[in-house]
Design a binder for this molecule. Structure first.
Ligand SMILES: [Zn+2]
Length: 159
């Protein structure tokens, strides 16, 4: 099997919440795609419940694109401690932290249920499994702890 960078990371050494550049990959024409580890919860110490994580995913899919250019995809880890973020080009980690923090701030403070995109049976694969309440609470908690631009040491990004 191919070696996967994420599985070589020492998950006991990181200090969540953080954003970490996993890799930059280049296509045959030289286009760069960056892959980030957006870690919200300390690995093996907790996880975001599926309904809250699912709602955060739906809101981030829209909101993050307002704050970060070139977003291709942001999808939750199976361990439910964070998200993979795939972006065109080579944005700075600090800019990703800022975009994520602004999006979580909106989820915590202003986003209403009517504004959560794609929550009907037509638009989602498990539309019953959503919780804006949980998404808000977890967004608040993550922002309270602060999102570091270094996975191993707390480095606060000034917004
Ligand atoms: Zn969904």
């Amino acid at each position: 099997m191919a070696e996967i960078e994420s599985f070589t990371l020492d998950h006991t050494a990181v200090k969540a919440p953080y954003v970490r550049l996993i890799a930059v990959e280049r296509g045959p024409k030289g286009d760069a795609i960056s892959n980030f580890d957006v870690r919200f919860v300390q690995p093996n110490e907790g996880e975001i419940p599926t309904a809250g994580l699912h709602t955060i995913e739906h809101v981030l899919a829209g909101l993050l694109r307002d704050h970060v250019d070139g977003v291709i995809d942001i999808s939750p880890f199976g361990c439910r401690t964070g998200f993979h973020l795939i972006v065109w080009g080579e944005p700075l980690v600090a800019d990703i932290v800022s975009g994520i923090a602004q999006s979580l701030h909106a989820i915590a403070e202003t986003v209403t249920w009517e504004q959560v995109p794609g929550v009907s049976a037509v638009e989602c694969g498990n539309y019953r499994d959503h919780s804006l309440h949980s998404a808000r609470e977890w967004s608040r908690l993550i922002l309270e702890r602060g999102i570091s631009s270094d996975a191993f040491e707390r480095v606060d990004v000034v917004h």
